[in-house]
Write a protein that binds this ligand. Sequence first.
Ligand SMILES: Cc1ncc(COP(=O)(O)O)c(C=O)c1O
Length: 484
Amino acid sequence: MPARCPVEGSFLYDKLIAFGEENVLPMHMPGHKRDTERFPWLKPLGGAYDITEIEGFDDLSAPHGVLAALTERLAALWGSRRAFLSVNGSTGAIFAALSLAGENGVLAARNSHRSVFNAVDRLKLHAEYVMPRTVPGRSFFGSVAPEDVGRRLDETGCKAVVVTSPTYEGVVSDVRAIANEAHARGAMLILDAAHGAHFGLCGDFPEGGAECGADIVVSSLHKMLPALTQTAVMHICSERADAEKAAAAMSAFSTSSPSYVLMASVDGMLSFLETDGEKTLRRLAADIAAFRLKAKSFRYLEVFDGEAENCLEIYKIDASKIYIDCTKCGFDGYALKRRLRREYGIEMECAYPGGALAYVAAGDGEESLGRLYDALYAVDRSCGDDRTAAESVRGEGALPAAGEKVYDIFEASRMACTTVPVGGAAGRVCTESVWVYPPGVPVLLAGERVTEECADYIAAAAARGAEVASPSGVFGGTVKVAAE
Ligand SMILES: Cc1ncc(COP(=O)(O)O)c(C=O)c1O
């Protein structure tokens, strides 16, 4: 039996553990019948507790019992009007949010995650884009400026805005001002806070989306908080978003067999946060601040701090995303990531041409940050002063501006097309999106005219072994463009 959750009140968790100990004959799904003696590989995976919606365990699509209590606690903790639990990650919740709010046109930040663009495509939504600010020499975007949102809403008349804050790299936008721009024009703000579930829980991290006036907030619980992978929440924060329609939308984009192991992990997480959340996050923030301070002593490596650098393209940063710039080291971010793994047993979140990202979350603290610091210190001390190589690494990483939008994604992705080498695609309208991971933001978005700069960026990324992908799979050097 797994260790009991150390705090009281984790209702679903306790109920599930107790049920696992009862001798109820399971004449129901799942097919393994919780028999972990016969199917031993399921034992360490929690197979003995893997049930779905059986008597006494409520119904995720119409919660009225144990799951209703759980979602009420989610809403209470983040101060929203109503919360919906997702076991399909933020991806499922983003589909639901856009189906709810997108029918009168969506203004999407151009650095949105592919789930936003996929939803726009599959739901056949008319979408316009707003470019976030670009941070000179970095392979990730800066904040979305509120005035750009206001201007683009005036130009396009869209009635919903989707913005990611914080981003994967911890770039925060001024959500309150963006919400004001949207509301002044009768538009709703959907906040993709997949990486920001820790916001709004203590004063040492930025405010949460509900506090800042977003109408719908989507957060992955699994990314930053102690809950199992795939768990996420959609918060309905204002009357602009219809909670009944939200329930129907979440149900439409959810599995009808939600995993109780996943949901019980959210219950345990809630009990933990309700008692120790603020203290834990405050301690984490202090540990991160200490790490960042110590890291100032590095000679070549540099921990990115958009705020301290007075970077005008960045409103704020989430200090928990630690981007380590190695452009003065004479090796690239992929080499840094590899070295940390091979020599120091540290697996970074991802690598960029100019650096690597440590994704610090609720489960981290003095010990893990200390180990990261020691490894980086050793790497830093072993560096030579090769500044020429350094500059070329940095230049390669800068993100190109998006091409002109010609068609909506759903129009482009259904058009007659032809496949051409990406190098020869400039000037053509692409009918599929292509993104480079990280940051996983489309460089080419279906329906946009391919620019030479975008084509070159993709070719260079593929050549240096970066992960380049399109909806149809791994990038093979070609791209689909509209037939002439
Ligand atoms: C900004 C952003 N939004 C949404 C998602 C989707 O989240 P999930 O993996 O929980 O479906 C991701 C995933 O990395 C993301 O980075």
